[in-house]
Ligand binder design. Structure first.
Ligand SMILES: Cc1cc2nc3c(=O)[nH]c(=O)nc-3n(C[C@H](O)[C@H](O)[C@H](O)COP(=O)(O)O)c2cc1C
Ligand SMILES: Nc1ncnc2c1ncn2[C@@H]1O[C@H](COP(=O)(O)OP(=O)(O)OP(=O)(O)O)[C@@H](O)[C@H]1O
Ligand SMILES: [Mg+2]
Length: 581
């Protein structure tokens, strides 16, 4: 019991039947539900003069039955402190009938995922007759979970004997879920930034490693040295693959989206999926015909899909069925969550495997989170898939329960009118590279802020017979161009996209084309946030992803030179016209 000083008479009747101890902000510590702020005036314990639950004639009883706040009384003088009264709102909240709850201890609301520490706090508070406010996971009669903000306080008679415990409950699930997804989103965002930065730097390092290995391979005749180089190259290749997955997670992959019918695409992939699962697992396809198109990068989808199908396979070591299905989907405001309401297409991969416990499910899409043994999983599969789906304007949802299998749903927006515009921006098909005109040596201006990467690119192009001029930033690149071009014609600008300083690769390319539209442009980047952010470009932009191999660079340079000036106004045709077949 509280000491006398705390005691206040509240709204007492003339004969002063009921007294209480105001909470004075002591109960709702840490959270501000359900009153919206720490409660000061409501009682945390009370003393009554008329015990018994039979007096139900007053307006106060009607109020208890009318309020939407669930309330109960338990009887601590009966064994196990059972419920002695429950109002209608409590029955609404929990889904039970009155006779199913009377006479039972409240712990029937608890279940598998209820935090045992929270239960212990309740137990201690009740044992010490302390009031308590706490949030814990409870379950309704139909088994559905809800977050319950429960408040409990003791009720005494005037002699200080404990008569009842009072409790009110409130479903705060929606608030908890919002908080949880907000925290998760923030965490993912910061991991994403970190990852993107790391991957960006790694790309440059791998570029240097690969470039030097390529050069080394070209100058050695020793078989042994060639073997060593090949081993190092294959390791660097794996590093590059890892980096690509990281970039996918960070939503910084260079996507090449096009409108596709998902059902068609899955049919095309089915052989690959089939071969990646083992004999004990059956692949079922349930593909809707005539789906609206979605705009996605098919290669990335294939990677994501394979990851998810492989997860399903791993979850079913004793065999089972993986069902891949597609169907159109309309999302309303509530279902859309972070997306906008409208038309979507859903791709679902369902398995009959072990399923995931809540703590695994919560972290499954985090990069490097894996429950598979060392060397078996990198934990990047779902991270990459999630990043890809989000970068494509969609959402990835996972439903999973231990023993009940898992279903992963990728939801993509259907193609919109803007698409036709984007389509026009696709680079034209590149013709096979004809031989360079004899006698003329093409002049390439390389702009790159990383010195080592610059040195490698320069070495590769020089050794292939090009004339090379270099610059270390966008501004310098433009200055060099202006100084050199009139006397020593530059045929190709090969520039990094992301560079420190005021001028990035795209701006430099625009400036160069403004001055001479016949100059070809080839961009390179480890990731191309800028390309995505800036939206569709005015003209086709050739982009070479880092890290690139010597042969790739040479191919792309050749192609870009062959398309000379296709970005600006067409070059004057020669008087003789071009030969045509
Ligand atoms: C008045 C009152 C209301 C309670 N309401 C809930 C409730 O809504 N949800 C819940 O999980 N536990 C509730 N409890 C707690 C359980 O009844 C029980 O005290 C708790 O599980 C700790 O005891 P145990 O370890 O013996 O189960 C309430 C307890 C009292 C006294
Ligand atoms: N279908 C599934 N059934 C059960 N658990 C799954 C399923 N899919 C994913 N998981 C769990 O999520 C974790 C993360 O999956 P993710 O695909 O990101 O990484 P991984 O499969 O462990 O490694 P990687 O895909 O890089 O080889 C897995 O380790 C596994 O615990
Ligand atoms: Mg995986």
């Amino acid at each position: 019991m509280a000491n006398e000083d705390d005691r206040t008479v509240q709204g007492g009747t003339p004969d002063g039947q009921v007294t209480g101890v105001p909470a004075r902000g002591t109960i709702d510590s840490g959270h501000d539900d359900p009153i919206g702020r720490p409660g000061l005036h409501h009682w945390r314990e009370s003393t009554i003069t008329r015990p018994g639950l039979d007096d139900r004639g007053s307006v106060f009883f009607a109020a208890i039955e009318m309020t939407r706040m669930p309330m109960i009384l338990t009887d601590p003088n009966e064994p196990d402190n059972p419920i002695a009264f429950a109002n209608k709102a409590f029955l609404d909240l929990t889904g039970y009938e009155e006779e199913e709850v009377l006479g039972r201890n409240c712990r029937f609301l608890q279940g598998a995922q209820t935090d045992r520490n929270a239960v212990a706090e309740l137990r201690d508070a009740v044992a010490e007759r302390q009031s308590i406010a706490i949030e814990l996971l409870n379950y309704r009669r139909d088994g559905s979970p809800f977050w319950n903000a429960v408040f409990i306080g003791p009720v005494y008679d005037t002699s200080g004997k404990l008569l009842y415990f009072f409790a009110s409950q409130l479903d705060v699930t929606r608030r908890r879920n919002t908080e949880q997804s907000y925290r998760q989103a923030q965490k993912m965002e910061s991991i994403g930034q970190l990852t993107a930065g790391l991957a960006h730097d790694f790309n440059n390092l791998l570029q240097v490693v690969n470039g030097n290995l390529d050069l080394l391979a070209a100058v050695t005749d020793s078989e042994r040295a060639k073997r060593y180089v090949a081993a190092a190259q294959s390791a660097a290749e794996r590093g590059a693959k890892l980096t690509r997955q990281l970039l996918a997670f960070a939503r910084k992959t260079r996507l090449e989206p096009r409108p596709v019918d998902l059902s068609h695409l899955i049919t095309e992939f089915s052989d690959v999926m089939e071969s990646s699962i083992n004999k004990r697992v059956d692949l079922h396809l349930s593909l809707r015909r005539g789906l609206p198109h979605v705009v996605i990068d098919p290669d990335q989808l294939e990677m994501a899909l394979l990851n998810i199908v492989n997860n399903a396979r791993d979850a079913m070591p004793d065999g089972g069925v993986v069902t891949v299905s597609t169907l159109p989907l309309k999302l309303d405001e509530a279902e859309a969550r972070e997306l906008t309401a409208g038309d979507y297409v859903m791709l679902e991969i369902r398995d009959e495997g072990a399923g995931m416990p809540a703590e695994v499910l919560e972290r499954a899409v985090e990069p490097f989170f894996t429950t598979k043994g060392v060397g078996q999983g990198t934990g990047l599969g779902l991270a990459m898939a999630t990043g890809f789906v989000r970068q494509s304007g969609g959402r990835l949802d996972i439903d999973s329960e231990p023993g009940k299998g898992t279903s992963v749903r990728m939801i993509f927006p259907t193609a919109r009118a803007t698409l036709t515009a984007a389509e026009k921006d696709k680079p034209e098909a590149t013709p096979a590279a004809p031989a360079p005109p004899s006698g003329y040596v093409d002049h390439v201006l390389i702009v790159e802020d990383n010195e080592e990467v610059l040195a490698i690119a320069s070495e590769i192009l020089t050794s292939a017979g090009y004339r090379v001029t270099t610059a270390g930033s966008g501004e310098q690149g433009l200055k060099t161009f202006e100084a050199v071009h009139t006397t020593d014609h530059i045929d190709l600008l090969f520039t990094d996209l992301v560079m420190p300083g005021g001028m990035n690769g795209l701006m430099l390319a625009d400036a160069v084309i403004d001055r001479d539209p016949t100059v070809s442009v080839l961009l390179t980047t480890g990731y191309n946030e800028e390309l995505v952010v800036n939206g569709p470009r005015k003209r086709a932009t050739d982009v070479l992803s880092k890290p690139y191999r010597r042969s790739e660079l040479l191919d792309r340079v050749r192609q870009a030179l062959n398309r000379r000036g296709s970005g600006g106004p067409r070059r004057q045709r020669s008087d003789f016209g071009a030969a045509e077949a």
